[in-house]
Design a protein around this ligand. Structure first.
Ligand SMILES: [Fe+2]
Ligand SMILES: [Fe+2]
Length: 350
């Protein structure tokens, strides 16, 4: 959970914040005690609510195949996106300049931290975030680190790479002020929730937390391209792109476009492979089936928790649950029950 402290503030800092006002407690002095037991229908109201993974409506095993409403705007935009892909005219979103140079240097595990510090210093915001991370509660130590070289040595190359990528994605999505700003915010919210979920789940499934975090954070990066193409289309055609149209285009294109970005950013294997095919049916002979299943698990959790995507789903009967061995038993229920609080705590959305 180290990166969460970096991006969203530490749990300790949150815990120190003033508590929310609690609902009024029962009055200290009661009037006459109730003479009769509660009638049956009132007893029903006090029942435990269903756990979050049990949908209120009839569950389903797959997202609904909504018939695309190919209105004129959608058809024109779909043609615009398809044309750009086929003609190889997709402009891959560039990482911020300093982050790109730092990531290139960090591909070498023997990187000279002094030279890296000179590069990172060119982006004061990034430098400040790295120092903030190393001084956060997650890396609590007896002394304050105020030199970048020392911070790099504490973090190590892998965590530093993840931190630079996370800060870059946040800047690219939330530093965006065009007409796609709301969509960008939605993508960022989904990405951070999935990153939190996969970071939490990595231990249970014996995967690297760093890799799981990045899979969650970056799996939908292809949507960045769709946001930008939709903006260009909107400006040139003076046609508003409805959110439903954007989502349908994402469904079709975000995986191959995500793979394109992952390759251009030179993300380490298996991230490009996971990003490029995270919604695909899970095959037994696929060596990355568990990683893909984890991303699908995070998407399902997002939907069932009401953040994004299609709900209801029949959680324990989904292919992702089967591949991950998630069954409806008390230990798994206990593990799942921690997720809403974890997401709330780590993203501050509640
Ligand atoms: Fe996706
Ligand atoms: Fe997703």
């Amino acid at each position: 959970m180290w990166l969460w402290d970096f991006l969203f503030g530490s749990w300790r800092e949150r815990a120190a914040a003033p508590p929310r006002a609690e609902p009024c407690a029962a009055p200290a002095v009661c009037a006459d005690p109730p003479a009769d037991p509660l009638p049956d229908d009132l007893e029903l109201l006090t029942e435990e609510p269903a756990p979050w993974w049990v949908p209120a409506e009839e569950p389903m095993l797959a997202p609904p195949c909504a018939e695309p409403e190919a209105g004129p705007v959608e058809a024109a935009l779909a043609g615009f996106v398809e044309g750009a892909v086929c003609r190889n005219e997709i402009e891959v979103p560039a990482l911020p300049r300093v982050a790109a140079r730092a990531l290139a240097m960090l591909r070498n595990d023997e990187v000279d931290f002094g030279q890296l510090a000179e590069v990172v210093c060119e982006d004061p915001a990034l430098a400040a975030r790295v120092l903030q991370l190393v001084n956060s509660a997650a890396f609590a130590r007896m002394f304050k680190v105020d030199r970048l070289e020392t911070a790099f040595a504490w973090l190590g190359c892998k965590k530093l790479r993840s931190a630079v990528l996370a800060v870059s994605l946040k800047t690219m999505l939330l530093g965006h002020s065009g007409s796609g700003r709301a969509l960008s915010e939605e993508i960022w919210q989904h990405s951070i929730i999935c990153a939190a979920l996969l970071s939490y789940a990595s231990e249970r499934f014996g995967l690297s937390e760093n890799e799981a975090f990045l899979s969650g954070l970056l799996h939908d990066i292809g949507k960045l391209v769709i946001v930008r193409l939709a903006e260009t289309f909107q400006q040139s055609q003076r046609q508003r792109v409805p959110p439903a149209t954007f989502r349908r285009l994402c469904e079709e294109w975000h995986e191959p476009l995500g793979h394109m970005i992952a390759a251009a950013w030179q993300l380490q294997s298996p991230l490009p492979e996971i990003i490029g095919e995270h919604h695909a049916p899970l095959r037994e002979d696929d060596p990355l089936a568990r990683q893909r299943a984890l991303v699908q698990f995070a998407n399902t959790c997002c939907a069932l928790l009401g953040y994004s995507g299609d709900a209801p789903c029949d959680f324990f009967n989904l292919p992702s649950a089967r591949v991950l061995g998630l069954t409806d038993d008390p230990a798994t229920q206990k593990w799942l029950a921690k997720i809403p609080a974890l997401v709330a705590e780590k993203t501050g959305l509640f």
